[in-house]
Design a protein around this ligand. Structure first.
Ligand SMILES: Nc1ncnc2c1ncn2[C@@H]1O[C@H](COP(=O)(O)OP(=O)(O)O)[C@@H](O)[C@H]1O
Ligand SMILES: [Mg+2]
Length: 376
């Protein structure tokens, strides 16, 4: 079914509404078809989950694809439940492969509930003994070896496992995954530092495990074309220059671009004017106003000062350098260091790397834009 608005703001619809990512799709498909595991990383809301779903649609029926969302998980038992549920959802119970998987899982005596809306199965194992959890997980993944298909599992937001109380999860998973020859894994995550710490540290089990694929923003020219064409397809006109301005305003963040375009597209006018664009930007910032003021109240004054300075500056390479400090009236670099560290931990500031250099910026571009127009 066609979406009512071509600018999808949740999940993945279909190739028609998915912009570009041709190179990344090719890299992922090539890795899967040649039995290589992948570590896909990039900042939040850039399009990792959508890319994985897109890649899954490009595989033929020799492959079974399974998407496991680890974001809500906090323990090994959660991982077990999410993986078992995802496995059941990937197999129809009445197919020959499905029968094996379903009866294999049922033998382990989980509770199976069905989501009222989607009808999808949800599995709960309530095991409080770590050994039994591990052996149940091995039994479940082991079912994959019993079928003659290639299976691809995407563990999305994989860095979550670092927070599990069970310390042996990484070592255990690595050994298990390697023992299943018809299984390929995509580990994907938003926390670049945590992921690199897991996969690029010689002392950790996942060292050198997979091929790294970094997801950055979509090429602006390709994105502008995509946006222009979708407006045009419904006889709506928007100037290319306005699109470039929007992309910049959204800091090229896929989710924000989709949101802005979704709103503009829903206007009844046939020609999107500059006033329409200003109206959308203003509304979006206004909607966030209460949240932003609340944020200012709950973080410390020092942290807010850093947030404000970062918003005004944009991308910052040397936040502890004299030039930046003098410009924004900071006198003590260790105070800024502490504030920046804590804002990173809270997810307010993003620390990225471009061309080998670390940089910092506020994670949420709407917060940046709001400060830029409000706190003059
Ligand atoms: N290539 C794309 N073309 C169009 N929309 C996209 C694309 N990639 C992602 N999106 C949209 O952007 C939003 C964020 O993408 P998502 O995959 O959830 O990001 P991430 O997993 O990196 O946090 C989603 O609403 C998704 O529909
Ligand atoms: Mg995601």
């Amino acid at each position: 079914m066609k979406p009512s608005n071509p600018f999808v703001t949740k999940g993945y619809h279909s190739a028609e509404y998915f912009c570009d990512r041709k190179d990344e799709t090719k890299i992922l498909l090539d890795a899967i078809k040649n039995n290589r595991d992948v570590v896909l990383y990039g900042r939040r809301k850039q399009g990792k989950s959508a890319l994985i779903k897109h890649v899954f649609t490009q595989l033929d029926n020799k492959y079974i694809t399974i998407w496991v969302d680890l974001l809500p998980t906090e323990s090994f038992n959660d991982l077990l439940n999410q993986t078992a549920s995802a496995l059941l959802r990937a197999f129809e119970e009445d197919t020959s492969f499905g029968k094996k998987i379903w009866s294999g899982i049922k033998k382990l005596r989980p509770t199976i509930n069905y989501d009222e809306l989607s009808g999808q199965p949800n599995i709960t194992f309530d095991l409080n003994n770590e050994k039994i959890q591990l052996s149940t997980f091995s039994d479940i993944l082991g079912l994959i070896s019993s079928i003659s298909k290639n299976v691809v599992i995407a563990f999305d937001e994989f860095q979550q496992i670092i927070n599990y109380p069970e310390e042996s999860t990484e070592a255990y998973l690595r050994t298990l995954i390697q023992s299943i020859t018809n299984l390929n894994v995509i580990f994907s995550g938003s926390d670049q530092h945590l992921l690199l710490q897991m996969f690029d540290n010689i002392n950790r089990p996942f060292y050198n495990f997979g091929q790294f694929v970094k997801l950055t923003h979509i090429n602006p020219e390709v994105y502008a074309d995509f946006i222009f064409k979708h407006f045009q397809a419904n006889k709506k006109k928007i100037e290319k220059d306005e699109i470039y301005d929007l992309l910049h305003w959204c800091n090229y963040r896929t989710y924000n671009v989709q949101l802005v375009c979704n709103r503009l597209y829903s206007f009844s006018s046939k020609k999107i004017s500059n006033e329409d664009i200003i109206a959308v930007k203003t509304t979006m910032l206004k909607e966030r106003e209460d949240v932003n003021y609340m944020l200012r109240r709950i973080i410390s004054k020092g942290q807010w000062n850093v947030i404000e300075a970062f918003a005004k500056e944009g991308k910052i390479y040397e936040p502890y350098g004299r030039e930046f400090m003098e410009k924004y009236g900071f006198t003590n670099s260790s105070t800024i260091r502490r504030a920046v560290k804590s804002c990173i931990e809270k997810g307010l500031i993003y620390q990225g790397m471009s061309e080998g250099r670390d940089y910092f910026e506020i994670d949420d571009i709407l917060l940046t834009r709001w400060i830029q127009v409000t706190m003059i």
